[in-house]
Write a protein that binds this ligand. Structure first.
Ligand code: IMP
Ligand code: MG
Length: 179
């Protein structure tokens, strides 16, 4: 198994890049179908983790659209702190728009709840959520996630934009914590 060491921890490949790309292509096909004919939907990508997913998905979107970026953080090391801070706001007009939130992963759902709560006050026409990864065992909310690339076990992962204390985002595959 391909392994990588980041700081004090060992990780082994769990989702090869071809599988990630397959999941993204399927998701893009669904989104293209659902939003065909809609008036310039706005994708809101949640930084930092979602940058690779956003880039790969966005290239496969075939309707006229915009993308913008929001920066939040709730993780320290390998555990969610539960406290979500919004660091960079959205400047684009959201009122009356169809909004698609792009997340790398939904874990407890605390981040997503915070984002959706904040978005509502801008009165979008609709809000859907697309997450590349979802940890059903860790999920504490019952917010609807409209597009899910893959469901994964409740293990800590890195790669493809996801990090361990800032490291590992550059890996093309996704790796799971071994020790
Ligand atoms: P939540 O608020 O617990 O749902 O966590 C969401 C955010 O935590 C994600 O957008 C990621 O940035 C980060 N996160 C959750 N699980 C992992 C993981 O396994 N590895 C790295 N980051 C993660
Ligand atoms: Mg994230």
């Amino acid at each position: 198994m391909k392994q990588v060491k980041l700081k004090d921890k060992e990780f082994g490949v769990s989702i090869p890049s071809e599988k990630i790309q397959e999941a993204i292509t399927k998701m893009a096909e669904k989104i293209n179908k659902d939003y065909a004919g809609h008036d310039v939907p706005l994708f809101i990508s949640i930084l930092n983790g979602s940058f690779m997913f956003t880039a790969d998905l966005f290239k496969q979107i075939d309707f006229t659209c915009e993308v913008t970026f929001l920066k939040l953080t709730s993780y320290k090391g390998t555990a969610s702190t539960g406290a979500v801070r919004q660091l960079i706001g959205v400047n684009e007009s959201i009122e009356g728009r169809d909004v698609i939130v792009l997340e790398d992963i939904v874990d407890t759902g605390i981040t997503l709840e915070q984002i959706l709560g904040q978005l509502k006050s801008f009165e979008p026409a609709s809000v859907k959520v697309a997450s590349l990864l979802f940890k059903p065992e860790a999920y504490q909310k019952d917010l609807n996630i409209d597009y899910i690339g893959m469901e994964i076990p409740n293990d800590f992962i890195v790669g493809y934009g996801l990090d361990y204390d800032g490291l590992g985002r550059n890996l093309a595959d996704i790796y799971t914590l071994i020790s």
